[in-house]
Design a protein around this ligand. Structure first.
Ligand SMILES: Cc1cc2nc3c(=O)[nH]c(=O)nc-3n(C[C@H](O)[C@H](O)[C@H](O)COP(=O)(O)OP(=O)(O)OC[C@H]3O[C@@H](n4cnc5c(N)ncnc54)[C@H](O)[C@@H]3O)c2cc1C
Length: 393
């Protein structure tokens, strides 16, 4: 890519976006398409943090029905359908199997009701995206590696999968094509303020250590877990760590949604570039935000829980790779990490900097549209959101 650090300093931008994950990328792309002059900075590589450590699903989130988060599920399902149409090369359908055993936490009737509601919330769907029910024998044929002891029946339902990092790269590419100045390995070190309002930032080129000042009329901070670097940001966010492990391929092109026996949490077994991705864990995170590591206990939890369902157990020696990411959620110490809301929020700090808090890869486009609407309102610019239904760059 054409990376030009000096291009950041020779003018005043309408909008400076800090953070090159999915939220920063959609925000910069949307704003540039609306005709704003935009700069976006990323301290490492594009999508180098949580936006390349997700489960890579574009999904409504079947499990959020259990917490009655219907609005969030509906919003995400609408975005799923839009992305399947707007970016078919990058977002593709993926079917999930859900086995029902005699001791399953969620039984056949409850699951059928949930999947019917899920299909309903998705709106009009072709039969390939609707759920289906199978008796035990038919389900076992579909997933031949599953333990069939006490298997009662099972369902399949459709969601979608993506390559999260490439999704971000394509949006950055689109933002550049629309005129945005996009510079990675460039870290914001401080805000510049005039009369208590942010009017720019001090940044440092991470390749040669050179510092410079950028002028901008509006600033959006989409820095994920680094939002907690400021006192104000710390009060808005709850952080949890999520780990995935990568294992050899299974004889199936469909994914599985399973329930952990130890704590009743939902996790996935997903085909991924010829291998199998299992995840995720979800534990409160108070550690170093610059060094989020996979612990042996995370790997052991995922293997133990997956092995409950398999005819042939995996061992730690089968693990090919693993990665950890940090979820940012709205502050809520009352719920367990898994049941805390995944909804997104826009906060504006006392110095006028807008902060994107929480959210999902799936719904980041719509959330970014709200961010840019807020920016345009402050700038007095009247321009509608251009990204809904727009073919990918
Ligand atoms: C384990 C896990 C699984 C998930 N699975 C899914 C899923 O399947 N589907 C889904 O829809 N969502 C999923 N999510 C949620 C989704 O991944 C996140 O909501 C999303 O990636 C957050 O994007 P972001 O842009 O806010 O943050 P990030 O991707 O973390 O981006 C923030 C960026 O800001 C940069 N930055 C920080 N400070 C500075 C600075 N001072 N200067 C310059 N740059 C800076 C960082 O380097 C980073 O790249 C999952 C999350 C986790 C943790």
């Amino acid at each position: 890519m054409n990376r030009s650090f000096p291009s950041l300093t020779n003018k005043q931008f309408d909008l400076l976006v800090v953070g090159g994950g999915i939220y920063g990328a959609w925000t910069a792309y949307d704003a540039a398409l609306r005709g704003l002059s935009v700069a976006i900075l990323e301290q490492g590589d594009w999508a180098g943090a949580t936006s390349s450590a997700s489960s890579k699903l574009i999904h409504g989130g079947l499990r959020y029905l259990e917490t009655y988060d219907f609005r969030l599920v509906r919003k995400a399902l609408r975005e799923r359908q839009m992305l399947l149409e707007a970016a078919p090369h990058r977002v593709w359908p993926l079917r999930f199997g859900v086995p029902v055993y005699a001791d399953s936490r969620i039984g056949t009737v409850q699951l059928m009701a949930g999947l019917t509601l899920y299909d309903f919330l998705a709106g009009s769907l072709g039969s390939e995206m609707r759920h289906h029910h199978f008796d035990a024998a038919a389900f076992a044929m579909r997933f031949p590696f599953l333990d069939t002891k006490n298997l009662q029946d099972g369902f399949t339902y459709a969601d979608a999968q993506t390559d999260d990092a490439r999704l971000v790269l394509e949006l950055i590419d689109g933002a550049m094509a629309a005129g945005a100045v996009c510079v990675n390995y460039c870290r914001l070190t401080d805000f510049l303020e005039a009369d208590g309002q942010a009017c720019g930032a001090t940044v440092q080129d991470q390749l040669d250590g050179v510092s410079a000042e950028i002028r901008a009329r509006q600033i959006v901070n989409a820095t994920g877990q680094w939002t907690t670097s400021s006192e104000e940001g710390k009060g808005w966010c709850r952080l949890t760590k999520g780990v995935h492990v990568l294992l050899p391929a299974m004889q199936c092109e469909e994914a599985l949604l399973l329930t952990a026996k130890s704590d009743g949490r939902v996790f996935f077994v997903i085909p991924w570039y010829g291998l199998t991705l299992i995840g995720t864990t979800d534990t409160d995170y108070k550690g170093d935000i610059d060094r989020v590591a996979v612990e042996k206990a995370d790997e052991a939890y995922l293997l133990t829980e997956a092995n409950h369902y398999l005819k042939t157990a995996w061992t730690m020696a089968d693990i090919i790779g693993s990665f950890a990411g940090v979820r940012v959620m709205k502050q809520d110490e009352k719920s367990s990490p898994s049941s805390a809301s995944r909804d997104w929020e826009l906060k504006t700090a006392s110095n006028g900097v807008h902060y994107s808090v929480g959210g999902k890869i799936t719904s980041a486009r719509e959330d970014a549209c709200h961010i840019v609407n807020a920016v345009c309102a402050r700038l007095g610019v009247d321009a509608p959101c251009p990204t809904r239904g727009r073919k990918f760059p």
